[in-house]
Design a protein around this ligand. Structure first.
Ligand code: AR6
Ligand code: MG
Length: 300
């Protein structure tokens, strides 16, 4: 289980770092460069995920004001934050409360970008044995930057997928049935139902049906699909990134689910080796995973 905790967070960071250099490319463009794209720098996805983990550890659970503070403290604009999240962080910095800031963007609708889902992995770990609570906390943690219900729902589905993968659910039908029954929003339910029929589909069809963009409903189910279609970390994450579009985030989300299922040892060593290891790099992320594990299961 400890390896799965580490695998979730490192898997997410690896997927992010692998996808980052080809963000915005099309599937065709990526197939030309692939295999030699490891740069090792993670982006906003991982920086925010680190903040989620740090806050859960410090507060022994969810605390919105503290988590928002961690996001601000870790913020480096050069990690390529989405415009909505950037605007919310500015509002927070000006002193607007974490309950309010996210509701002030996109004309008061809030963001439905995938930025809440891409950082949610630590919540999937921390609340893995209580899906009702996990779902609720995923919504609240999303609200710091993403107040649109579709942004929150995507994060809850992602957190739940990680919890199920951690618990060993990979029987396709079981996992999909569980998620479909839980999902409250049609746009997600309809895509989950499609997965089964798409298992042999070509890339273009998958992109059209499930999406590869930066909105949560055009990326979260794509990551779940990439996990389910293959039987190892490398193939799933390579495939997810190979779809093009929002490659770092779809890579991060796929990497988190796969890491939760297969554990740290299943992540290609050359990918883990290449991941940055500066102040808050690989070693720190492993420490965060171990702390979450220790707090959750009460052992060293
Ligand atoms: N109305 C219209 N468009 C929207 C809305 C809305 N209510 N919500 C989101 N969008 P954002 P993120 C569109 O900016 O989710 C980074 O590279 C809009 O085009 O909140 O934090 C990350 O790594 C908006 O800019 O960012 C992710 O890959 C976009 O969705 C990605 O950006 C993303 O929402 C998203 O990060
Ligand atoms: Mg990113």
């Amino acid at each position: 289980m400890r390896s799965k905790f580490r695998g979730t967070l490192i898997g997410s960071a690896v997927g992010d770092a692998l996808g980052a250099p080809v963000e915005g490319c099309t599937a065709d463009e990526i197939s030309i460069f692939q295999n030699d794209i490891v740069e090792g720098r993670y982006t906003d996805d991982t920086e925010l995920m680190i903040g989620v983990a740090e806050s859960l550890i410090d507060k022994r659970g969810f605390d919105g004001a503290d988590m928002a503070h961690k996001f601000l403290r870790n913020y480096h604009a050069w990690r390529r934050y989405g415009p909505g999240t950037r605007a919310v962080l500015e509002l927070l910095r000006e002193g607007v409360s974490w309950e309010k800031a996210s509701t002030m963007i996109f004309g008061g609708n809030g963001s439905y970008g995938n930025g809440a889902a891409m950082r949610i992995a630590p919540i999937g770990l921390f609340y893995c044995d209580d899906i009702d609570t996990l779902w609720e906390i995923a919504y609240r943690a999303s609200h710091i930057t993403h107040s649109h219900v579709l942004g929150k729902e995507g994060a809850a589905i992602m957190a739940c997928s990680i919890a199920l993968a951690l618990r060993g659910y990979r029987d396709r039908e079981k996992m999909l049935n569980y998620l479909t029954a839980r999902t409250r929003e049609d746009i997600y339910r309809d895509k989950l139902i499609k997965i089964e029929q798409l298992l042999d589909a070509d890339k273009q069809t998958v992109i059209e049906e499930l999406g590869n963009r930066e909105t949560a409903f055009e990326s979260v189910i794509t990551a779940i699909y990439s996990f389910i279609r293959f039987d190892n970390f490398k193939d799933s994450v390579s495939y997810a990134i190979g779809l093009g579009g929002d490659t770092d985030t779809i890579g991060a989300m796929t990497g988190a689910i796969c890491g939760a299922y297969y554990g740290l040892e299943a992540i290609p060593a050359e990918w883990v080796d290449a991941l940055e290891d500066d102040e808050k790099g690989k070693s720190y992320i492993i420490w965060l995973a171990d702390e979450l594990y220790r707090i959750k299961f009460g052992s060293g």
